[in-house]
Design a protein around this ligand. Structure first.
Ligand SMILES: [Zn+2]
Length: 318
């Protein structure tokens, strides 16, 4: 395979039939966005005995049918108390690391992206465990997990990730899909401490916010890209209607910024065709597969030759 095509940012959800694997809180289950996502993905018609099995089946089916060679599927760690103990009552979206590690064993196109809240007492031990199990990228959800990346206490965690060549992916930009602890933690300007340890850092969503948010961290993302060669950005969720201008803005950045932009969809959150009809047509053949449609939209912007495969060199320590 000369140039494999990789989606560096996708999700699987667990409804909570087996909470050890993952769950959505009652509040998340009852949110209008969850309802909308279940409807638009036609999840009830998917094979499977449980809602979690149906969501898992849809992910694997669409991934296998897509043009993609691989996709990083992300876990989602819990919220932790300042003492480092897990706070299940405050956790609204959880997917265990073992669930995505097993998914990767079961599906050759899946690469595991474990998730570790660095506040947890055993964060470094869990980092080492995931790395030994074959994981090369760890997701930290700043807003949902309540993680301010600028905290000094995380130095040891950042140092160990850099030593192990494990990529750290931070959520950046306002979060809208789940209960948030602080939006201010999503400012890419807060990533300097993690970057200073020298490991590869991905700012998921490039710091973009929705058009109705009170601020936009995108300019801070570009500023940080100018300052740090080990910073990357991904395009996850940027083809959604509420961020519709963001791909155009990103495509106008200077080449050395565009060169470190990675393809990510944020599957199962669907791309929106409407803003892109003049680029991809009204009925693009990819419209039946969310992975392919998102890729088609983003490839119509020419970010860089490595857009869909540079993640491979990051994950192999290059
Ligand atoms: Zn995401």
């Amino acid at each position: 395979m000369a140039h494999p095509t990789v989606d560096a940012h996708t999700h699987v959800f667990c409804w909570g039939e087996n909470p050890a694997e993952g769950y959505l809180s009652t509040k998340t289950r009852e949110s209008w966005l969850t309802w909308l996502l279940l409807k638009t993905t036609d999840i009830q018609n998917e094979p499977g005995d449980t809602l979690s099995a149906k969501m898992r089946h849809r992910l694997i089916r669409q991934l296998n049918d897509s043009r993609l060679d691989y996709a990083v599927v992300l876990a989602q760690d819990a919220v932790y108390r300042p003492s480092g103990s897990r706070d299940d009552a405050a956790t609204h979206f959880y997917v265990s690391n073992d669930y995505v590690l097993q998914l990767a064993r079961d599906c050759p196109k899946v690469w595991p992206g474990c998730s570790i809240n660095p506040i947890r007492r055993d964060a470094i031990a869990e980092l080492e465990r995931c790395q030994t199990a074959g994981c090369r990228l760890i997701k930290i959800h700043t807003a949902i997990q309540g993680v301010d990346p600028a905290r000094r206490e995380f130095d040891a965690f950042y140092r160990r990730a850099a030593e192990l060549d494990v990529v750290l992916m931070f959520h950046t930009g306002y979060e809208h899909s789940c209960t948030v602890i602080s939006q201010s933690f999503t400012d890419p300007g807060r990533l300097a401490r993690a970057l200073d340890h020298g490991g590869k850092i991905v700012a998921a969503h490039c710091g973009t916010c929705a058009f109705f948010d009170p601020e936009n961290y995108y300019t801070n993302f570009v500023r940080m890209m100018e300052l740090h060669d080990n910073l990357y950005g991904d395009t996850a969720i940027m083809a959604s209607i509420i961020r519709w201008r963001s791909l155009w803005r990103l495509a106008e950045e200077r080449p050395h910024v565009r060169a470190r932009i990675l393809h990510g969809s944020d599957y199962p959150f669907p791309p929106h065709r409407l803003p892109y009809v003049f680029r991809i047509g009204v009925f693009p053949p990819e419209r039946h597969n969310a992975f392919d449609l998102d890729l088609r939209i983003k490839e119509s912007f020419q970010f860089s030759p490595g857009y869909t495969n540079q993640i491979i060199s990051l994950l192999s320590g290059g």
